[in-house]
Design a protein around this ligand. Structure first.
Ligand code: FES
Length: 123
């Protein structure tokens, strides 16, 4: 099993993002709302540095009782990582592309060992 040190947990929880090479792939590791994520830092559109993107709630429609659109707002429970090049959006939890269901950013497993955060291979 391959394992690569990324950073101390305090640095990740402070909001810093970390780039690392893992199995020859550039990955980005960052924390958000108490969770840590690790994805390949390569957008599925044209290879942009998706890890440099903003994190925003998914846009959801608010409907009235007759299912007419009242307004749109950002979800507080479903966050997305937005690629800075052309705006493709990915589920923060799963890496699934909002515009191409069933297509995912490559996700990596994180382990926290006594305050040290590592990325490791699945097997
Ligand atoms: S490269 Fe990411 S949206 Fe185009």
């Amino acid at each position: 099993m391959q394992k690569t040190f990324i950073a101390k947990i305090e640095a990740i929880e402070s909001g810093q993002r970390f780039l690392a090479k893992f199995s020859g792939i550039e990955i980005v590791v960052f924390g958000h709302k108490g969770q840590i994520f690790a994805y390949e830092n390569r957008c599925l559109h044209q290879g942009g540095p998706v890890g440099e993107g903003m994190i925003l709630g998914r846009v959801v429609s608010v409907l009235d009782s007759e299912k007419r659109l009242v307004r749109e707002e950002f979800s507080e429970s479903e966050d997305q990582l937005i690629c800075p090049w052309h705006g493709w959006a990915y589920s923060l939890q799963t890496g699934e592309c909002a515009g191409l269901r069933g297509v995912y950013l490559k996700k990596f497993e994180i382990v926290n060992e006594k305050g040290s955060v590592y990325v490791q291979s699945q097997s």
